[in-house]
Ligand binder design. Structure first.
Ligand code: 2BA
Length: 108
C-alpha cells in the first residue's frame, strides 16, 4: 500500500472528493494553507493499493485544474507600501502529490 498526499485547490476539492468515493477510493480531506500564498487549500490523504496508484493519479489530474492567480507580494517585502509593489502572476495547482510507502495499515 502507498499513501498519496495530494494538495489541491479548494475549488477542486469537492469534485475530487466526490469522484474518489465514486471510484472506490478511501480518502481523508484536511483543510490546509499554502506556505507561499497563505491561502486555504485542501490536503487529501488517500491510502491506495500499489496497482491502483495510477488510477488515483489519473483521477486527481482530471479533476484538479491549474489556475493563474495574481498576488501583490507585500508579504515578501512587508516594508514596502502596497502601491509600490506590482501584482505578480502565479500558477497554482492542479495538484501537488507526494507518494509515500506505508509500512503497515490496520483498521479497527
Ligand atoms: P502555496 O505555497 O501557497 O503556493 C502557491 C503557488 O505559488 C505554487 O503553486 C507556486 O506556483 C507558487 N510558489 C510557491 N512557492 C513559491 C516560491 N517560493 N517562489 C515563487 N513561487 C512560489 P503550486 O506549486 O501548484 O503549489 C500549490 C500548493 O501546493 C502550495 O501552495 C503548497 O500548499 C503546496 N505545495 C507545493 N509544493 C510543495 C512542497 N514541495 N511541499 C509541500 N507543499 C507544497
Amino acid at each position: 500500500m502507498k499513501l498519496i498526499v495530494a494538495i489541491v485547490q479548494d475549488k477542486d476539492s469537492q469534485q475530487l472528493q466526490t469522484h474518489l468515493v465514486k471510484d472506490g477510493f478511501r480518502a481523508t480531506k484536511l483543510p490546509s494553507t499554502g506556505g507561499f500564498l497563505k491561502a486555504g487549500n485542501c490536503t487529501f490523504l488517500i491510502g491506495v493499493e500499489e496497482e491502483k496508484i495510477d488510477d488515483a493519479l489519473t483521477l486527481i489530474k482530471k479533476t484538479c485544474h491549474t489556475r493563474s492567480q495574481y498576488v501583490t507580494p507585500t508579504f515578501l517585502m512587508p516594508e514596502a507600501a502596497s502601491s509600490m509593489t506590482d501584482p505578480v502572476e502565479v500558477q497554482v495547482g492542479g495538484a501537488t502529490c507526494f507518494i509515500l510507502p506505508v509500512d503497515k495499515f490496520v483498521r479497527f
